[in-house]
Design a binder for this molecule. Structure first.
Ligand SMILES: CC(C)(COP(=O)(O)OP(=O)(O)OC[C@H]1O[C@@H](n2cnc3c(N)ncnc32)[C@H](O)[C@@H]1OP(=O)(O)O)[C@@H](O)C(=O)NCCC(=O)NCCS
Length: 138
C-alpha cells in the first residue's frame, strides 16, 4: 500500500464497517516497521489487507474487498499473501479477531485453517469478536 492508496482504502473500510471502521489517521500504521499492508488489484484496486508482524505473532488487522468484487477469490489471495509473508518473517502463529456476526469472514478464516480460541465481549461497537488462531509451522 502506498500513501496515495490511503484515501480509497479508508473510504472502502468506512463503507464496509461504518462505526467500526479504521480512523484514517490510524491507517498510517501501514508505514511502521513490521507492518504489511497490501492492495489487491484487478485493473484497479479492489481490496486491501493489513497485518502487524512487529510482535511475537502475526496479527491480521483487516481484509476489505469491494462489495461488487466479493466472492471472486480476492479475499483468499490477500489472506494467502499475508500468511506467506508472516512465514517468511519467521512467525510461528497468526491471530485475528472477527465479529461473531461476520459469516463470510469466519468462513474465509476457517477455510484457511484458523481455529476459534475465544470470544471477546463488546470488542466491536455492536458485536462480540471471536479470537482465531492459526499455526504457521509445518
Ligand atoms: C470477508 C471477505 C474479505 C472475503 O473476501 P472475498 O473476496 O469475498 O472471499 P473469497 O471469494 O476469496 O472467498 C473465500 C471464502 O470466504 C467464505 N465466504 C465468502 N463469501 C461467503 C458467504 N457469502 N457466506 C459464507 N462464506 C463466504 C467462503 O469460505 C469462501 O470460500 P469458498 O469460495 O471456497 O466457499 C469479504 O467478504 C469482505 O470484504 N467482507 C467485508 C469486510 C470484512 O468483513 N472483512 C473481514 C474483517 S475480519
Amino acid at each position: 500500500m502506498k500513501r496515495s492508496d490511503l484515501d480509497w482504502a479508508h473510504d472502502l473500510d468506512r463503507r464496509l464497517f461504518l462505526d467500526a471502521a479504521w480512523e484514517k489517521e490510524d491507517m498510517k500504521e501501514a508505514f511502521l516497521p513490521g507492518r504489511r499492508f497490501i492492495v489487491g488489484e484487478a485493473g484497479r484496486p479492489e481490496g486491501w489487507a493489513a497485518m502487524d508482524a512487529s510482535g511475537a505473532f502475526a496479527h491480521i488487522l483487516s481484509i476489505d474487498v469491494e462489495p461488487s468484487f466479493q466472492g471472486r477469490g480476492l479475499g483468499s489471495s490477500l489472506l494467502s499473501s499475508l500468511l506467506s509473508s508472516a512465514k517468511d518473517m519467521g512467525k510461528k502463529k497468526c491471530i485475528l479477531e472477527v465479529s461473531c456476526d461476520n459469516e463470510k469472514a469466519f468462513g474465509l478464516y476457517k477455510k484457511f485453517g484458523f481455529k476459534t480460541r475465544g470470544r471477546i465481549e463488546g470488542y466491536y461497537p455492536s458485536s462480540d469478536a471471536f479470537v482465531m488462531e492459526k499455526d504457521l509451522e509445518g
